[in-house]
Ligand binder design. Structure first.
Ligand SMILES: Nc1ncnc2c1ncn2[C@@H]1O[C@H](COP(=O)(O)OP(=O)(O)OP(=O)(O)O)[C@@H](O)[C@H]1O
Ligand SMILES: [Mg+2]
Length: 375
């Protein structure tokens, strides 16, 4: 494919309401040329609305959009240089794969010769590894191959920007993983700008240069995957990222003797001296967050310690996850795959300092991210 690399995209103060519903609130987002950006968030958070406004399929109530140096806010969809692959990428069942791929070139009334169209179709099909399927009909190829044809239909137009709305959602788990790798490799080759909608955080983590996390029509955070995982700006982002739910303990920091204690519901954790500066959070409602990976069996230094009883153990291949009861608090943690764990065992748990998050309970704002012990 000989294609210019992708265009930059800038949303400036984009808002969209449907009656009382704020679908999108004052979105500011700048995407670099050739970047792979995922829009990630729960159902109804405004992801598809963002794509549709970018594509020009619906108009915003306020704000402007730039693609490259062009203000496209009032441009029709076909003049924006973008191609969109929808979640339900229906192929035309009565057309061969070749005809499906050629369709966007003919339908747009472009002035292309039959030979030029055939060459383009061949080129795109080779790129996607479906060159041998051109004479078949959609029902004669697999779901993953159909997915590629749908992508190919977007590629034949040489867009500078691809918009993909949950394109892998109707594939089985294994095929999703393979398509994920293929998509990433394709992006590295084409270097077009890709805006990818998903509600699957692991998909967003593995594919993206940067992730935009939405909730309730508001952009919460925009950053590189590792950064968002390690340094979430608030409790929503922290809980949304990660394969498994974070442990969240409501409580307060209080002074006890010459040390500090995190006083959770019915359970006190003495804070190690490394966390002495948590004194500044005294007397406010806090939520202590720690991912299961930060909760270990056995006493460690530089950790919050508690006694607990194992309630449930799950094998997950490379590690084991356990659920334990500590006072009135349930904690989930992770252990090595060969650790011998039995339900009912009494254990000591360590909540590793470097894995701790602290949120202001009222606002959700992150006060401490991953221990903040770098200093
Ligand atoms: N045409 C419409 N009329 C009324 N409300 C709408 C319309 N389109 C979207 N909304 C509302 O706007 C909000 C954002 O919708 P949007 O489709 O952008 O969510 P999403 O993040 O793509 O969700 P999903 O993951 O379920 O696809 C939702 O509350 C939705 O109900
Ligand atoms: Mg959607």
């Amino acid at each position: 494919m000989n294609q210019d690399s992708g265009a930059s995209i800038a949303f400036r103060g984009i808002g969209k309401r449907y009656g009382e519903t704020v679908a999108l609130a004052d979105l500011d987002l700048t995407i670099r040329p050739g970047e792979f950006v995922s829009l990630l968030g729960p159902s109804g958070s405004g992801k598809t609305t963002t794509l549709n406004i970018l594509a020009g399929l619906i108009s915003a109530d306020s704000g402007s959009i730039m693609i490259g140096d062009t203000d496209v806010t009032h441009l029709s969809p076909d003049r924006r240089g973008i191609a969109m692959v929808f979640q339900n990428y229906a192929l035309y069942p009565h057309m061969t794969i070749a005809e499906n791929l050629a369709f966007p070139l003919q339908a747009r009334g472009r002035d292309l010769s039959k030979q030029a169209i055939a060459a383009k179709v061949q080129d795109v099909a080779e790129t996607l590894g479906i060159g041998h399927l051109l004479a078949r009909y959609p029902k004669e190829i697999s779901g993953g191959q159909q997915q590629r044809v749908a992508l190919g239909r977007a590629m034949v137009r040489d867009p500078k920007v691809f918009l993909l709305d949950e394109p892998l959602s109707n594939l089985d788990a294994r095929l999703r993983l393979k398509m994920r790798r293929d998509l990433k490799a394709l992006h590295q080759r084409l270097r077009s700008t890709i805006v990818y909608v998903t509600h699957d955080q692991s998909e967003a983590m593995s594919l993206s240069d940067r992730i935009a996390i939405y909730q309730g029509g508001r952009l919460q955070q925009f950053g590189a995957p590792a950064d968002i995982y390690r340094r979430p700006v608030n409790a929503f982002v922290a809980n949304f990222m990660g394969e498994r739910e974070m442990n969240n303990l409501a409580g307060r920091v209080v002074r006890a003797g010459d040390g500090l204690v995190f006083q959770a519901d019915g359970l006190d954790f003495a804070l190690p001296t490394a966390l002495n500066d948590w004194a500044r959070f005294q007397d406010r409602a806090l939520t202590l967050g720690v991912r299961p990976q930060g909760v270990k069996i056995g006493g460690r230094s530089d950790a919050l310690l508690c006694e607990a009883v194992l309630r449930l153990v799950e094998h997950a291949g490379t590690e084991q996850f356990f659920y334990a009861q500590a006072g009135s608090v349930e904690l989930s943690g992770a252990a090595a795959p060969d650790a011998v764990l039995a339900m009912g065992d009494g254990v000591q748990l360590s909540l590793l300092s470097r894995e701790l998050y602290l949120f202001d309970t009222a606002s959700g704002v992150a006060l401490v991210q991953g221990g903040d012990l770098a200093a």
